[in-house]
Design a protein around this ligand. Structure first.
Ligand SMILES: *[C@@H]1O[C@H](CO)[C@@H](O)[C@H](O)[C@H]1NC(C)=O
Ligand SMILES: *[C@@H]1O[C@H](CO)[C@@H](O)[C@H](O)[C@H]1NC(C)=O
Ligand SMILES: *[C@@H]1O[C@H](CO)[C@@H](O)[C@H](O)[C@H]1NC(C)=O
Ligand SMILES: *[C@@H]1O[C@H](CO)[C@@H](O)[C@H](O)[C@H]1NC(C)=O
Ligand SMILES: *[C@@H]1O[C@H](CO)[C@@H](O)[C@H](O)[C@H]1NC(C)=O
Ligand SMILES: *[C@@H]1O[C@H](CO)[C@@H](O)[C@H](O)[C@H]1NC(C)=O
Ligand SMILES: *[C@@H]1O[C@H](CO)[C@@H](O)[C@H](O)[C@H]1NC(C)=O
Length: 480
């Protein structure tokens, strides 16, 4: 199983890499063409014969296309701190909120990438528009991408260049030790994407039309390590605001992420296949999960985060299509969740394998939250999923000092563990939840869960059984 999982992961990674390489190539190609033609809107031709398709591995800075462009300003010296700044306006960026500044950002990135402690600077008081771009490494250590002004993508699907991926906008790829910071704003211009008729209830008369509905994630970090993201305001993303995939060592601090309550799929911070993550001192309000944690994540520490409106902090969904999922050592502390559809949620599909283990929720204040504490092992988007004999195994999950108020439309505690694979070692301590308004819901749903109540919960639950079920013991399906 371990091997299979590894192979599957390798396969998917390779697929993603190829997707990215092609994008990098298209992007670079576009850059060359528009430079030659001095035309900002020329779409990148699809014709691969002009620009040979690169193989694997992806290009590194020794690639000739990364060589300093003779038309660029003179290479600054890198022996003092000021000399490391690559201001995009020195590379031709206009920052009038209309001109396409993509080429200038790419040139500044290439130059900064080549020196130690290079800073790509988007200065304050200017509004830069760039199209979907992959900022790739490897680069010299200490690279900083600092946005003090406003950085935004083209306004909506109609303005999105047809040759660009409509699944991502800013992509940081193959970087080690990079900082993304500044006093500015990353503005996603999401409204026209949220209003597409394929989005929930946005079709004629509130219908939802079928059809491809891709919308770009705003900021994506892929296959990178030792990343720091601080200070920025990130708002109105067409889809996920930030996504980390295949990363190791991520520090997020003092971010403000915001989108309207009814903006679809605008998760705040999503991580998957990513280890060693700290998310601190941030405020997130949006239309989907505040923070979502996918498969392959471990050693994640979340503290002093305020969510809401949102869909809460979520682990999952895990194990779709009988897949193997592993999540471990996740701590969420000193958080506030308000006006949200869920509070603390773990969701898995029927038929998965693997486990969720070592999850610790402590000191969480709830205000008017539906499903404050929810484990759902019957997660299903179509309402037509069959019950299966395997599930992602949940164990060692602690809820400690979870207090506040719930929205009475849903029970505040809901443990729906798999029929065949019980949840084990759930610890409840000082879980006290009262109605925000209306009548107390005193029948929390609780099914097939083992664990202890160190103090009785409010409202009380009656299903936590002591000890361990016999069927779980050392089943290799649940190994990670
Ligand atoms: C930086 O380099 C320049 C020339 O390469 C030299 O004149 C200058 O003194 C150096 N500055 C520092 C602070 O080392
Ligand atoms: C600039 O940085 C490069 C790469 O880190 C280094 O090799 C070079 O010696 C540095 N130059 C100066 C003048 O500090
Ligand atoms: C961004 O990070 C760099 C490197 O840590 C730091 O020197 C700079 O002061 C930071 N800028 C802001 C605005 O936080
Ligand atoms: C929307 O609903 C109105 C009133 O029910 C109806 O007259 C109209 O034809 C509907 N439009 C579409 C596109 O279904
Ligand atoms: C759990 O994760 C934290 C970081 O969030 C790390 O410091 C700690 O060592 C991890 N614990 C184990 C047992 O791996
Ligand atoms: C699956 O199992 C759950 C728990 O036993 C039960 O409530 C539900 O009705 C079952 N669903 C189907 C489709 O059999
Ligand atoms: C139950 O979970 C707690 C907290 O995660 C852990 O400290 C303890 O060792 C677990 N107990 C067993 C029997 O696994």
């Amino acid at each position: 199983m371990e091997m299979l999982h590894y192979l599957l992961f390798t396969f998917i990674t390779t697929l993603l890499l190829h997707q990215n390489i092609n994008n990098v190539d298209a992007a670079r190609h576009h850059h060359h063409i528009s430079k030659k033609q001095k035309s900002k809107t020329a779409p990148a031709p699809e014709d691969n014969s002009v620009s040979p398709s690169p193989g694997y591995p992806p290009p590194v800075p020794s690639d000739p296309s990364y060589a300093p462009d003779p038309t660029l300003p003179e290479e600054p010296e890198n022996n003092s701190t000021t000399s490391c700044i690559f201001d995009v306006t020195d590379f031709g960026a206009v920052g009038d909120g209309d001109t396409d500044d993509t080429a200038a950002f790419r040139s500044a990135w290439k130059a900064a990438c080549l020196v130690e402690n290079g800073v790509v600077l988007a200065p304050s008081d200017l509004v830069f528009v760039i199209t979907s771009t992959i900022f790739s490494g490897p680069c010299q250590p200490g690279l900083v991408f600092q946005v003090d002004g406003v950085l935004m993508p083209p306004d909506g699907p109609e303005c999105w260049p047809k040759s660009d991926s409509s699944k991502q906008w800013l992509v940081f790829y193959r970087l080690d030790g990079m900082t993304f910071n500044g006093t500015g704003t990353i503005e996603g211009n999401g409204q026209k994407w949220w209003d597409l008729p394929c989005k929930p209830h946005k079709g004629p008369n509130g219908s939802t039309l079928p059809g491809p509905c891709d919308s770009p994630a705003m900021i994506r970090f892929f296959m990178s390590s030792n990343l720091v993201v601080t200070g920025l305001r990130i708002q109105n993303s067409p889809q996920f605001h930030m996504k980390f995939d295949g990363c190791e060592g991520v520090l997020i601090n003092k971010l403000s992420i915001s989108s309207p309550k009814l903006s679809p799929n605008t998760d705040g911070i999503h991580i998957e296949n990513t280890r060693n993550v700290g998310i601190y001192n941030s405020v997130i309000h949006n239309g989907d999960d505040c923070i979502s944690i996918g498969t392959g994540c471990s050693d994640v520490d979340i503290e002093a985060v305020t969510c809401g409106p949102s869909h809460g902090i979520s682990i999952g969904s895990l194990g779709p299509h009988n897949s193997h999922a592993c999540v471990s050592n996740i701590t969420v502390r000193n958080a506030i969740i308000r006006d949200s559809d869920n509070g603390l949620r773990i969701k898995t599909w029927q038929g998965g394998t693997g486990s969720v283990a070592g999850i610790y929720f402590e000191n969480i204040q709830m205000e008017n939250v539906r499903n404050c504490v929810i484990i759902d092992q019957y997660y299903c988007l179509t309402k037509a999923c069959r019950n299966e004999t395997s599930a992602v195994y949940l164990t060692d999950v602690t809820f400690r000092n979870i207090k506040g108020t719930y929205d009475v439309r849903s029970p505040p505690i809901h443990f729906a563990c798999s029929d065949t694979v019980a949840c084990t070692n759930i610890t409840m301590s000082e879980v006290e939840l009262l109605p925000y308004e209306g009548v107390l819901v005193d029948d929390p749903f609780c099914w097939n869960a083992y664990g202890v109540q160190e103090t009785l919960t409010i409202p009380p639950i009656d299903c936590l059984q002591e000890g361990m079920p016999e069927t779980i013991a050392e089943n290799p399906l649940y190994g990670c």
